[in-house]
Ligand binder design. Structure first.
Ligand code: ADP
Length: 491
């Protein structure tokens, strides 16, 4: 049986789990069976980027990590990944910042990942690369002569060509992605956008709506939405409901309803608009004054990126505005925490909430929506209010679907959820539960891995011998420089 090699920007060691916010580690838990290898960044910054991985084994799984040099980290992570790719692929062109030096740093870190990973690979390994930080890794592995099947899954959205053309190096990025045998997306919309962008930027031949050919063979695409372990999360929520933290929260509410939001503190999550909508609820429907509180747990994230610091200041102000306008001496409408909370504690909080507010301006999938559904008591469930711009909304149409930019409409949806009768809540919840059961963390992994095993192999890239690891850095640096010069045709 082939070994599975997972590659992601950040490796999540079992010893660090629990309070870390972010969907990727949750989604991959199911894939990490004993005998697998997980490779990526250690989370540590050093004087220079490591050339060899450190390996530790936990529960039969090998975790291989490298440290990043301070300058590489800044250009790769804060610069190109989170200053250019993240906003662009979330349709936030106003926040997009392109610096060629950052792009070069991104390419060099992908080269460093390939250099450190290649010596650990076996001929029949299946390599599964994750997310936007590693779009060019497959190409770097190929340039080292790695011929294994390589899959790439994009956890975040993909944009239509008109957006992608804003990226000066779009063609080089897309070209590099075609070195993967299989590319996975969260939704059909993302796949369609990718196919259209590809056709508009580089020279490929589309074979059908999910496969294209290029000079080295074929690349397949697949839609495999990320899910959660539904039964595991339900049991966790049931247990947590009687734990001290949940009981403390319940008693602090003194019979009032709880609305809950749980997110990383990120501008894609629509938090300012959510707070505005919550304030608007009391203006449009004053009968809810003193009757409901919103608990927003927003784990601080990417604090060394300027835009995230600015968002934090904006949210501090908005919380003050809402609470200043509506609080009473014994009631605070908005409770706001900017730290990560243990996942099992959050599960208990979801269970006692009447409203789950999941209103990102754009999101690849959004696992919080699925966790909220799994955590509910089926006999008296809360109501999920879900942004139409979260990938999750593609299959969760029994939630109250909202446009998060429309503050009045979100306020009305909260009102509707608060007064919804039990019969309708149960009907909606049972449909939502069936939907999340059809796409779990396990099915995400199985579907992707099965498709990767079946994907056609690609021809050997010119200049490299089959299966031979060749770390001729000189030729590869040239390759990077050459690719930097590729530019996108005018739209
Ligand atoms: P993203 O991957 O963009 O952060 P997702 O909604 O897909 O968004 O995944 C977020 C994951 O992180 C969920 O499992 C959620 O429970 C967890 N999470 C989000 N915010 C927090 C927080 N404040 N504390 C702890 N866990 C969090």
């Amino acid at each position: 049986m082939s070994r599975l090699v997972i590659v992601s920007n950040r490796v999540s060691l079992p010893t660090e789990r629990g309070t870390k916010a972010g969907g990727l580690a949750v989604a991959l838990d199911e894939a990490m069976i004993p005998g697998s290898l997980w490779f990526g960044w250690s989370g540590r910054r050093a004087a220079s980027t490591s050339t060899r991985a450190k390996i530790v084994t936990h529960g039969g799984i090998d975790f291989a990590t490298i440290d990043l040099g301070e300058a590489d980290y800044t250009r790769f992570y804060a610069g190109f990944s989170n200053g250019a790719l993240w906003p662009l692929l979330h349709y936030r062109t106003g926040l997009f910042e392109f610096r060629r030096d950052d792009y070069n740093g991104y390419r060099s870190v992908n080269v460093a990942f390939a250099d450190a990973l290649a010596p650990l690979l076996r001929p029949d390994d299946l390599i599964w690369i994750h997310d936007y930080q590693l779009l060019t890794l497959a190409a770097e592995l190929r340039s080292l002569g790695i011929t294994n099947r390589i899959g790439l899954f994009l956890h975040i959205p993909f944009v239509p060509p008109a957006f992608l053309h804003i990226m000066p190096t779009a063609a080089a990025l897309l070209e590099a992605m075609t070195s993967a045998n299989l590319i996975g997306f969260q939704t059909e919309g993302d796949r369609l956008n990718f196919m259209e962008s590809l056709n508009s930027c580089i020279n490929v031949t589309q074979i059908n709506d999910r496969c294209f050919s290029h000079s080295c063979g074929q690349t397949e695409t697949i839609v495999t939405p990320v899910g959660i372990d539904v039964d595991g999360f339900t049991s966790m929520a049931q247990r947590a409901a009687n734990r001290p933290d949940t009981l403390r929260l319940t008693s602090s509410l003194v019979g009032r309803a709880l609305a809950i939001g749980v997110d990383r503190l990120d501008y894609t999550k629509g938090l300012p608009q959510r707070f505005d909508a919550f304030g608007q609820l009391f203006r449009r429907h004053p009968e809810h004054l003193r009757r409901v509180s919103l608990l927003q747990i927003a784990a601080r994230s990417r604090e060394d990126v300027d835009r995230y610091q600015a968002l934090r200041r904006e949210l501090d102000r908005k919380v003050g505005d809402v609470n200043g306008e509506f609080s009473d001496f014994d009631w605070t409408p908005l409770r706001y925490m900017t730290r990560a909370v243990n996942r099992s504690t959050i599960a208990g909080f979801y269970r006692i909430a009447k409203i789950g507010l999941v209103t990102p301006l754009r999101d690849g999938m959004n696992l919080v929506a699925k966790e909220f559904i799994a955590a509910q008591n089926p006999e008296d469930p809360g109501v999920l209010i879900l942004s139409r711009f979260a990938g999750a909304s593609e299959r969760l149409e029994d939630a109250l679907i909202v446009n998060p930019f429309d503050v009045d409409a979100v306020a009305d949806a909260i009102h509707r959820g608060l007064i919804m009768d039990k019969f309708e809540r149960i009907a909606r919840h049972s449909a939502l539960l069936a939907a999340i059961r059809s796409q779990t963390a396990a099915s995400f992994c199985t579907q992707f891995i099965d498709a990767l095993k079946a994907a056609p192999l690609q021809a050997i890239r010119p200049g490299h011998r089959n299966g031979h690891y060749n770390s001729s850095k000189k030729s590869r640096r040239f390759l990077v420089r050459e690719r930097n010069d590729a530019s996108v045709p005018s739209p």
